[in-house]
Design a protein around this ligand. Structure first.
Ligand code: NAP
Length: 520
């Protein structure tokens, strides 16, 4: 490795610290050039976590929700002023087009701004009442009042490579608003953008010391530094999630953990839909968008498409025709619509996953048919979108189990709605499903059926065609997370996100004492 690439410093224990050793190299996934290195070798993690817990936590808890909301607004303003630099880093390190970089960068800023506004409305208080006081006996002078107080620990975030900006701020905004200091460990492949954003906010001095830290590189030792009142939010693969769940901090010390893992999200076209209808066209557009935004590297992307059996061929042709028009390659070329995967390792993983899926499916549109624009196939981690299909989804196993984290989806026909719902559930719990129909009764019934196995049900009908937020877009006012294989986590959902960073306690006391808490 050429060690002349700059080594990014970590920010821990209130100071910038450069890790020892050569560290890990971050590359441009399109050009293959070396960018920067990251290392946390030799850092005293125990000291850093203690600093965040003690100094950062104390300073944040001394502030009210409204004061912390103002702090978030100030951080958002700082980040806005550096947006151009973030776009440059995203192009270089993630290989994304400007439109795809926006999903991450502007999505992160929007979420931060959203929590700044929501937090303002919580007012000048330092804890929250949870419901009204409840009588514990006939005599009303002794009652129980539940309250929510910020946990006296740190929030450790271990994040995935696909959202270095949004993945940070969608977690940090509710944590900081709650009064809990944050330590972020970004995925190594794309750590640069996260590190730079933290640097800008720290340098601007808008947060108290210890409120925000960044540790780049290896995850070794991070979880060993956790203590019982800390919380851990993980986003990544199901394999790593399993390691996290088995760690002593979680298994023996009850560190609260939130897991966002992988997911075989689906799209469902209503029974009886006509091939020339608006509903059909809406499904086709959304599938193509989901397959190609961020080159399919979105945990929420549509992976399985369910259509009435009579429309299998029509859907195959319509989706394939649109995919054929997608230009793939170097995001610096204005004609390119879909950029790169994040690394050659991811390209290998996508090819290996595709080979697995192909054992059970036919190729309806082959990504290999796309000629790369301004990119060398021997160097760039670019790949065209591939639509697979099977006429026998019930007999398939891998198609319902293996998530290929790239521009790949599988079309499947169904004979009855019951069969479609059963096939969707074979994803074993997903982040999101979208349903396409123009009958409100169908949408409502399908949503109720699908809600127990999905964190979000996104219904698209012609009346909301120009309004809806998109199957895969995670909006801060709606829940993100899903049961079962999706990790079982819950993020966002407006102020619900604050629950994870608070402890609930029942205060049993005289009505007079409870009144001092603000209880009615
Ligand atoms: P990953 O390999 O599991 O890595 C995720 C994070 O865990 C990285 O920061 C990684 O660090 C760290 N890590 C690796 N081994 C660890 C260990 N033993 N202990 C603690 N941390 C460890 O996942 P990925 O490949 O980056 O992300 C892709 C996956 O994430 C996909 O499956 C996707 O579906 C899922 N995802 C889910 C969501 C969601 O919200 N549900 C969002 C985005 C992505 P290094 O990078 O240094 O290895």
């Amino acid at each position: 490795m050429n060690t002349s690439s700059p080594l990014l410093p970590n920010y821990l224990a209130g100071r910038w610290q450069t890790g020892s050793g050569p560290g890990a190299l971050l590359r441009d996934p399109v050009l293959g050039t070396e960018l920067v290195r990251v290392s946390n070798g030799g850092l005293d993690l125990i000291e850093g976590f203690a600093f965040a817990r003690d100094q950062g936590g104390r300073a944040l808890r001394a502030m009210t929700y409204a004061e912390r909301a103002a702090m978030l607004a100030a951080a958002a303003k700082v980040l806005q002023s550096h947006r151009d630099a973030y776009y440059e880093i995203a192009t270089a390190n993630s290989g994304t087009t400007a439109k795809d970089s926006a999903v991450d960068i502007d999505g992160g800023l929007f979420t931060l701004g959203y929590y700044a506004k929501q937090g303002e409305a919580l007012g000048d208080v330092r804890f929250m009442l949870d419901g009204p006081a409840a009588r514990m006996a006939k005599d009303p002078t002794f009652q129980s009042q539940h309250i929510m107080v910020p946990t006296h620990g740190v929030a450790l975030f271990i994040n995935a490579f696909n959202f270095p900006s949004w993945g940070l701020w969608e977690k940090a905004a509710p944590a900081l608003l709650s009064g809990v200091p944050v330590i972020i460990k970004p995925a190594t492949a794309t750590a640069w953008l996260t590190q730079r954003m933290v640097q800008d906010v720290i340098d601007a001095g808008v947060l108290p010391a210890g409120a925000l830290s960044v540790v780049c590189g290896s995850s070794n030792g991070l979880m060993d530094a956790l203590q019982p009142f800390d919380v851990l939010s993980f986003t990544g693969s199901a394999e790593t999630a399993h390691v996290i769940r088995s760690h002593r901090a979680v298994a023996a010390q009850s560190v609260r953990v939130n897991i966002e893992a992988d997911s075989l999200n689906s799209a469902l076209l209503a029974p009886g839909t006509a091939a020339d209808s608006d509903v059909f066209k809406l499904l086709v557009s959304e599938v193509v968008r989901e397959m190609t935004v961020k080159a399919g590297q979105k945990c929420t992307a549509i992976r399985r498409i369910f259509v009435p059996a009579a429309l299998y061929d029509a859907a195959s042709q319509a989706i394939s025709a649109k995919l054929a028009g997608v230009t793939v390659g170097n995001p610096r070329n204005a004609s390119v619509r879909m950029g790169s995967l994040v690394s050659r390792e991811q390209l290998d993983a996508v090819q290996a996953g595709l080979a697995q899926l192909r054992a059970e499916a036919e190729v309806l549109h082959d990504g290999a048919s796309h000629t790369l624009v301004d990119a060398d196939p021997a160097i760039a981690a670019c790949v065209g979108p591939t639509l697979l299909g099977t006429r026998h989804p019930d007999a398939a196993r891998v198609l319902h189990e293996v998530e290929v984290f790239g521009p790949v989806a599988t079309l499947m026909p169904y004979a009855s709605l019951d069969e479609a719902l059963a096939l969707i559930r074979r994803g074993q719990g997903s982040l999101v499903t979208s349903v396409y129909g123009d009958d409100p009764a169908f949408i409502a019934d399908a949503a109720i059926e699908l809600a127990s196995s999905h964190g979000r049900v996104h219904a698209i009908s012609p009346d909301v065609a120009a309004l809806h937020s998109g199957h895969g877009n995670v909006m801060p006012m709606s829940l993100h997370g899903g049961p079962g294989r999706a990790g079982g986590g819950e993020e966002l959902g407006g102020l619900r996100a604050l629950n994870f960073y608070h402890r609930r306690s029942a205060i049993q006391a005289s009505t007079a004492a409870l009144k001092r808490l603000g209880a009615a």
